[in-house]
Design a protein around this ligand. Structure first.
Ligand code: HEM
Ligand code: HEM
Length: 239
Protein backbone atom coordinates (compact mmCIF):
# COMPACT_ATOMS: atom_id res chain seq x y z
CA UNK A 1 0.00 0.00 0.00
CA UNK A 2 1.42 3.36 -1.00
CA UNK A 3 0.64 6.56 0.81
CA UNK A 4 -0.23 9.84 -0.88
CA UNK A 5 2.29 11.86 -2.82
CA UNK A 6 5.08 13.89 -1.33
CA UNK A 7 8.08 15.70 -2.80
CA UNK A 8 10.52 13.35 -0.97
CA UNK A 9 10.63 10.00 -2.79
CA UNK A 10 12.89 7.15 -1.71
CA UNK A 11 13.40 4.12 -3.99
CA UNK A 12 11.88 0.67 -3.51
CA UNK A 13 13.77 -1.47 -0.95
CA UNK A 14 16.59 -3.76 -2.09
CA UNK A 15 14.61 -7.03 -1.97
CA UNK A 16 11.67 -5.58 -3.95
CA UNK A 17 14.12 -4.39 -6.61
CA UNK A 18 15.96 -7.75 -6.66
CA UNK A 19 12.70 -9.72 -6.99
CA UNK A 20 11.45 -7.35 -9.69
CA UNK A 21 14.49 -7.64 -11.98
CA UNK A 22 14.85 -11.38 -11.34
CA UNK A 23 11.24 -11.81 -12.47
CA UNK A 24 11.87 -9.59 -15.50
CA UNK A 25 14.86 -11.79 -16.47
CA UNK A 26 12.90 -15.01 -16.02
CA UNK A 27 9.93 -13.68 -18.03
CA UNK A 28 12.30 -12.73 -20.86
CA UNK A 29 13.67 -16.29 -20.78
CA UNK A 30 10.10 -17.68 -20.79
CA UNK A 31 9.25 -15.55 -23.83
CA UNK A 32 12.30 -16.80 -25.77
CA UNK A 33 11.95 -20.44 -24.73
CA UNK A 34 8.16 -20.31 -25.34
CA UNK A 35 8.80 -19.00 -28.86
CA UNK A 36 11.27 -21.84 -29.51
CA UNK A 37 8.81 -24.42 -28.14
CA UNK A 38 6.11 -23.02 -30.39
CA UNK A 39 8.38 -23.22 -33.47
CA UNK A 40 9.47 -26.79 -32.69
CA UNK A 41 6.06 -27.90 -31.33
CA UNK A 42 7.46 -28.69 -27.88
CA UNK A 43 10.10 -31.13 -29.26
CA UNK A 44 13.05 -29.60 -27.40
CA UNK A 45 13.35 -31.64 -24.18
CA UNK A 46 16.23 -29.64 -22.67
CA UNK A 47 14.55 -26.28 -23.33
CA UNK A 48 11.24 -27.66 -22.05
CA UNK A 49 12.89 -28.71 -18.75
CA UNK A 50 14.39 -25.23 -18.29
CA UNK A 51 11.08 -23.61 -19.30
CA UNK A 52 9.14 -25.62 -16.72
CA UNK A 53 11.66 -24.89 -13.94
CA UNK A 54 11.97 -21.17 -14.75
CA UNK A 55 8.17 -20.86 -14.90
CA UNK A 56 7.84 -22.56 -11.51
CA UNK A 57 10.49 -20.18 -10.13
CA UNK A 58 8.38 -17.22 -11.41
CA UNK A 59 5.41 -18.59 -9.43
CA UNK A 60 7.47 -19.00 -6.21
CA UNK A 61 9.01 -15.52 -6.55
CA UNK A 62 5.59 -13.93 -7.20
CA UNK A 63 4.34 -15.52 -3.98
CA UNK A 64 7.39 -14.29 -2.04
CA UNK A 65 6.94 -10.79 -3.54
CA UNK A 66 3.34 -10.64 -2.36
CA UNK A 67 4.31 -11.73 1.17
CA UNK A 68 7.17 -9.18 1.22
CA UNK A 69 4.85 -6.43 -0.12
CA UNK A 70 2.33 -7.14 2.62
CA UNK A 71 4.94 -7.10 5.40
CA UNK A 72 8.28 -5.27 5.31
CA UNK A 73 8.51 -3.80 1.77
CA UNK A 74 9.22 -0.07 1.41
CA UNK A 75 7.46 1.54 -1.54
CA UNK A 76 7.95 5.11 -2.74
CA UNK A 77 4.93 7.39 -2.63
CA UNK A 78 3.23 8.10 -5.93
CA UNK A 79 4.63 11.29 -7.52
CA UNK A 80 2.58 14.43 -6.84
CA UNK A 81 2.06 14.87 -10.56
CA UNK A 82 0.01 11.65 -10.80
CA UNK A 83 -3.77 12.02 -10.85
CA UNK A 84 -6.02 9.71 -8.81
CA UNK A 85 -7.09 7.92 -12.00
CA UNK A 86 -3.44 7.25 -12.94
CA UNK A 87 -2.74 5.92 -9.43
CA UNK A 88 -5.80 3.68 -9.66
CA UNK A 89 -4.70 2.40 -13.09
CA UNK A 90 -1.16 1.67 -11.89
CA UNK A 91 -2.42 -0.22 -8.82
CA UNK A 92 -4.89 -2.28 -10.90
CA UNK A 93 -2.26 -3.11 -13.54
CA UNK A 94 0.14 -4.25 -10.79
CA UNK A 95 -2.59 -6.51 -9.39
CA UNK A 96 -3.26 -7.90 -12.88
CA UNK A 97 0.46 -8.56 -13.38
CA UNK A 98 0.61 -10.49 -10.10
CA UNK A 99 -2.51 -12.47 -11.07
CA UNK A 100 -0.92 -13.45 -14.40
CA UNK A 101 2.40 -14.32 -12.71
CA UNK A 102 0.51 -16.73 -10.46
CA UNK A 103 -1.93 -18.19 -13.01
CA UNK A 104 0.43 -18.70 -15.98
CA UNK A 105 2.76 -21.26 -14.33
CA UNK A 106 -0.26 -23.20 -13.02
CA UNK A 107 -1.72 -23.64 -16.53
CA UNK A 108 1.73 -24.83 -17.69
CA UNK A 109 1.92 -27.32 -14.84
CA UNK A 110 -1.62 -28.61 -15.52
CA UNK A 111 -0.73 -29.04 -19.20
CA UNK A 112 2.42 -30.97 -18.30
CA UNK A 113 0.57 -33.22 -15.82
CA UNK A 114 -2.09 -34.00 -18.43
CA UNK A 115 0.57 -35.66 -20.58
CA UNK A 116 0.60 -38.40 -17.93
CA UNK A 117 4.40 -38.79 -18.01
CA UNK A 118 7.16 -38.18 -15.44
CA UNK A 119 8.90 -34.83 -15.99
CA UNK A 120 11.89 -32.90 -14.70
CA UNK A 121 11.44 -29.90 -12.36
CA UNK A 122 14.71 -28.34 -11.16
CA UNK A 123 16.65 -31.37 -9.87
CA UNK A 124 13.61 -33.53 -9.15
CA UNK A 125 11.73 -36.00 -11.33
CA UNK A 126 7.99 -35.56 -10.80
CA UNK A 127 6.15 -38.89 -11.37
CA UNK A 128 3.03 -39.19 -13.55
CA UNK A 129 0.29 -38.04 -11.19
CA UNK A 130 -2.76 -38.22 -13.52
CA UNK A 131 -3.59 -40.38 -16.55
CA UNK A 132 -2.91 -39.05 -20.04
CA UNK A 133 -5.73 -36.88 -21.48
CA UNK A 134 -4.79 -35.29 -24.79
CA UNK A 135 -8.18 -33.62 -25.25
CA UNK A 136 -7.84 -31.64 -22.00
CA UNK A 137 -4.13 -31.12 -22.76
CA UNK A 138 -5.07 -29.26 -25.99
CA UNK A 139 -7.46 -27.02 -24.03
CA UNK A 140 -4.77 -26.36 -21.40
CA UNK A 141 -2.28 -25.49 -24.16
CA UNK A 142 -4.72 -22.89 -25.57
CA UNK A 143 -5.22 -21.39 -22.09
CA UNK A 144 -1.42 -21.37 -21.51
CA UNK A 145 -0.86 -19.71 -24.90
CA UNK A 146 -3.53 -17.00 -24.37
CA UNK A 147 -2.23 -16.39 -20.82
CA UNK A 148 1.30 -15.94 -22.17
CA UNK A 149 0.16 -13.40 -24.77
CA UNK A 150 -1.80 -11.46 -22.12
CA UNK A 151 1.23 -11.48 -19.80
CA UNK A 152 3.63 -10.33 -22.54
CA UNK A 153 1.19 -7.57 -23.62
CA UNK A 154 0.83 -6.35 -20.02
CA UNK A 155 4.58 -6.44 -19.44
CA UNK A 156 5.19 -4.60 -22.74
CA UNK A 157 2.75 -1.83 -21.77
CA UNK A 158 4.24 -1.70 -18.26
CA UNK A 159 7.83 -1.38 -19.55
CA UNK A 160 6.76 1.19 -22.18
CA UNK A 161 5.17 3.30 -19.43
CA UNK A 162 8.36 3.11 -17.33
CA UNK A 163 10.55 4.12 -20.30
CA UNK A 164 8.17 6.96 -21.27
CA UNK A 165 8.44 8.32 -17.72
CA UNK A 166 12.23 8.20 -17.91
CA UNK A 167 12.90 9.47 -21.42
CA UNK A 168 9.85 11.66 -22.21
CA UNK A 169 8.51 12.97 -18.90
CA UNK A 170 12.03 12.84 -17.43
CA UNK A 171 10.81 12.10 -13.91
CA UNK A 172 12.12 9.59 -11.33
CA UNK A 173 9.57 6.75 -11.74
CA UNK A 174 12.07 4.35 -13.38
CA UNK A 175 14.85 5.48 -11.02
CA UNK A 176 12.74 4.27 -8.07
CA UNK A 177 12.93 0.69 -9.44
CA UNK A 178 16.35 1.06 -11.12
CA UNK A 179 18.36 3.38 -8.80
CA UNK A 180 21.52 2.85 -10.92
CA UNK A 181 19.78 4.90 -13.65
CA UNK A 182 19.62 7.96 -11.43
CA UNK A 183 20.64 11.00 -13.40
CA UNK A 184 22.03 14.25 -12.10
CA UNK A 185 19.20 16.71 -11.75
CA UNK A 186 19.45 20.38 -10.83
CA UNK A 187 16.84 21.32 -8.20
CA UNK A 188 14.99 23.59 -10.64
CA UNK A 189 14.57 20.68 -13.12
CA UNK A 190 12.24 18.93 -10.68
CA UNK A 191 9.58 21.49 -11.54
CA UNK A 192 9.72 20.41 -15.18
CA UNK A 193 8.51 16.90 -14.36
CA UNK A 194 5.51 18.05 -12.38
CA UNK A 195 2.65 18.96 -14.74
CA UNK A 196 0.27 19.44 -11.80
CA UNK A 197 2.63 22.03 -10.33
CA UNK A 198 0.58 24.96 -9.04
CA UNK A 199 3.36 27.27 -10.30
CA UNK A 200 2.48 26.53 -13.92
CA UNK A 201 1.01 29.32 -16.00
CA UNK A 202 -2.45 28.46 -17.34
CA UNK A 203 -2.01 26.60 -20.63
CA UNK A 204 1.55 25.52 -19.87
CA UNK A 205 2.02 21.77 -20.18
CA UNK A 206 4.78 19.19 -20.04
CA UNK A 207 7.94 20.06 -21.91
CA UNK A 208 7.57 23.81 -21.47
CA UNK A 209 9.31 25.69 -18.71
CA UNK A 210 7.05 26.78 -15.87
CA UNK A 211 7.09 30.50 -15.10
CA UNK A 212 8.91 29.84 -11.83
CA UNK A 213 11.79 28.06 -13.59
CA UNK A 214 12.07 30.75 -16.28
CA UNK A 215 12.06 33.44 -13.58
CA UNK A 216 14.71 31.51 -11.64
CA UNK A 217 16.91 31.11 -14.72
CA UNK A 218 16.63 34.78 -15.74
CA UNK A 219 17.29 35.89 -12.15
CA UNK A 220 20.36 33.63 -12.07
CA UNK A 221 21.72 34.98 -15.36
CA UNK A 222 21.00 38.56 -14.29
CA UNK A 223 22.91 38.07 -11.04
CA UNK A 224 25.81 36.37 -12.88
CA UNK A 225 25.91 39.26 -15.37
CA UNK A 226 25.93 41.87 -12.59
CA UNK A 227 28.70 40.02 -10.67
CA UNK A 228 30.73 39.67 -13.87
CA UNK A 229 30.36 43.36 -14.58
CA UNK A 230 31.90 44.13 -11.18
CA UNK A 231 34.64 41.52 -10.78
CA UNK A 232 35.40 40.41 -14.35
CA UNK A 233 36.45 42.78 -17.01
CA UNK A 234 34.15 42.19 -19.95
CA UNK A 235 35.94 40.54 -22.85
CA UNK A 236 35.44 42.46 -26.06
CA UNK A 237 34.13 39.33 -27.84
CA UNK A 238 31.43 38.88 -25.19
CA UNK A 239 29.89 42.22 -25.87
C1 HEM B 1 9.14 -8.50 -17.33
C2 HEM B 1 8.35 -8.54 -16.36
C3 HEM B 1 7.93 -7.47 -15.38
C4 HEM B 1 7.05 -7.67 -14.41
C5 HEM B 1 6.26 -8.95 -14.14
C6 HEM B 1 6.94 -6.44 -13.65
C7 HEM B 1 6.11 -6.26 -12.55
C8 HEM B 1 6.07 -5.14 -11.76
C9 HEM B 1 5.30 -4.99 -10.55
C10 HEM B 1 4.37 -6.06 -9.98
C11 HEM B 1 5.55 -3.77 -10.04
C12 HEM B 1 4.99 -3.17 -8.74
C13 HEM B 1 6.06 -3.18 -7.68
C14 HEM B 1 6.21 -4.54 -7.05
O1 HEM B 1 5.25 -5.09 -6.54
O2 HEM B 1 7.36 -5.06 -7.06
C15 HEM B 1 6.49 -3.12 -10.92
C16 HEM B 1 6.98 -1.85 -10.76
C17 HEM B 1 7.78 -1.22 -11.67
N1 HEM B 1 8.34 -1.77 -12.81
FE1 HEM B 1 8.05 -3.62 -13.50
N2 HEM B 1 7.78 -5.50 -14.19
C18 HEM B 1 8.42 -6.08 -15.26
C19 HEM B 1 9.33 -5.50 -16.09
C20 HEM B 1 9.71 -4.18 -16.04
C21 HEM B 1 10.57 -3.52 -16.98
C22 HEM B 1 11.21 -4.18 -18.22
C23 HEM B 1 10.68 -2.23 -16.57
C24 HEM B 1 11.45 -1.07 -17.17
C25 HEM B 1 11.73 -0.92 -18.42
C26 HEM B 1 9.90 -2.07 -15.35
C27 HEM B 1 9.80 -0.93 -14.62
C28 HEM B 1 9.07 -0.79 -13.44
C29 HEM B 1 8.97 0.44 -12.67
C30 HEM B 1 9.64 1.77 -13.02
C31 HEM B 1 8.18 0.17 -11.58
C32 HEM B 1 7.75 1.18 -10.50
C33 HEM B 1 6.46 1.78 -11.03
C34 HEM B 1 5.83 2.81 -10.13
O3 HEM B 1 6.34 3.13 -9.06
O4 HEM B 1 4.74 3.30 -10.54
N3 HEM B 1 9.32 -3.29 -15.08
N4 HEM B 1 6.80 -3.98 -11.96
C1 HEM C 1 5.42 -17.25 -16.35
C2 HEM C 1 5.50 -18.49 -16.70
C3 HEM C 1 5.35 -19.04 -18.11
C4 HEM C 1 5.23 -18.42 -19.33
C5 HEM C 1 5.26 -16.93 -19.61
C6 HEM C 1 5.11 -19.46 -20.33
C7 HEM C 1 4.98 -19.23 -21.68
C8 HEM C 1 4.91 -20.22 -22.64
C9 HEM C 1 4.79 -20.02 -24.06
C10 HEM C 1 4.72 -18.64 -24.73
C11 HEM C 1 4.74 -21.22 -24.65
C12 HEM C 1 4.60 -21.51 -26.16
C13 HEM C 1 3.15 -21.89 -26.39
C14 HEM C 1 2.87 -22.35 -27.79
O1 HEM C 1 3.28 -23.48 -28.13
O2 HEM C 1 2.25 -21.59 -28.50
C15 HEM C 1 4.84 -22.22 -23.64
C16 HEM C 1 4.85 -23.57 -23.85
C17 HEM C 1 4.89 -24.51 -22.87
N1 HEM C 1 4.92 -24.28 -21.52
FE1 HEM C 1 5.02 -22.50 -20.63
N2 HEM C 1 5.14 -20.67 -19.71
C18 HEM C 1 5.29 -20.47 -18.36
C19 HEM C 1 5.36 -21.42 -17.37
C20 HEM C 1 5.30 -22.79 -17.59
C21 HEM C 1 5.37 -23.81 -16.56
C22 HEM C 1 5.56 -23.53 -15.05
C23 HEM C 1 5.26 -25.00 -17.17
C24 HEM C 1 5.26 -26.38 -16.58
C25 HEM C 1 5.61 -26.71 -15.36
C26 HEM C 1 5.12 -24.75 -18.59
C27 HEM C 1 4.98 -25.72 -19.54
C28 HEM C 1 4.96 -25.50 -20.89
C29 HEM C 1 4.94 -26.57 -21.88
C30 HEM C 1 4.94 -28.07 -21.60
C31 HEM C 1 4.93 -25.95 -23.13
C32 HEM C 1 5.03 -26.63 -24.51
C33 HEM C 1 3.72 -26.92 -25.10
C34 HEM C 1 3.94 -27.68 -26.39
O3 HEM C 1 4.13 -28.89 -26.32
O4 HEM C 1 3.93 -27.03 -27.44
N3 HEM C 1 5.15 -23.38 -18.80
N4 HEM C 1 4.94 -21.58 -22.42
Amino acid sequence: MRIRGDHERTPFDFLTIAFHWLTAGLISFQAMSGLLLQCFEGKLPQILDFHRSAGTAVWCIALMRLVWRATFAKFPQFPDSMSNIQRWLVSRSEQLLYALLLIQPVTGLVMTLLLGEPFQLFVWTVPALVSRNLHLWATALTVHRVGAYCLFAMVGAHAARALAHHYLLRDDVLEMMAPWMKRFRRPAENYLSSPADPGLDPGEGKGTQPARVRALHSAQSASVRSVRSVVVRPHPQNN
